[in-house]
Design a protein around this ligand. Sequence first.
Ligand SMILES: [Zn+2]
Ligand SMILES: [Zn+2]
Length: 116
Amino acid sequence: MNVVPPPLPGLHTRRCVRHSAREAAARCPECGGFFCRECVVEHAGRLLCAPCLARISHGADVRRIRWARCREALTAVAGVAVLWLVFYVAGALLLKIPSQVHDGSAWRRLSAHPHS
Ligand SMILES: [Zn+2]
Ligand SMILES: [Zn+2]
C-alpha cells in the first residue's frame, strides 16, 4: 500500500537533501527534512526518511527487549513469592497444628467437653 501525501505548499521549490537535483516529494515528520520519493519510506501511515525510520524501528526493538527482560524478572519474582508463600503457610501450619496435637491439649479439651 502506497500512501501518497497531499502536496505541501511550497514543496515543489524544495529539493531533496540527499539528491539536490531532485524535487522534494515529502517532508519527514520526525526530522523535518525534505526528501524525494526515493528517500522516504512509509512507516505506520507516515513517510519517514531512512535515518528516522532506522532510529524509530531500533527504538521499538529496544523497548520490546526491555519489556521482555522486565517480564522475565517479574515472572521470576512472582515464582519466588509464590514459593515463599507456600513455605510460609506450610511452616505456619506445621508450627500451629502439631504443638496442640503433641502436647495433648487439643484432645484434653475435646474430652473435657465432649458434647459442646
Ligand atoms: Zn527524518
Ligand atoms: Zn532523495
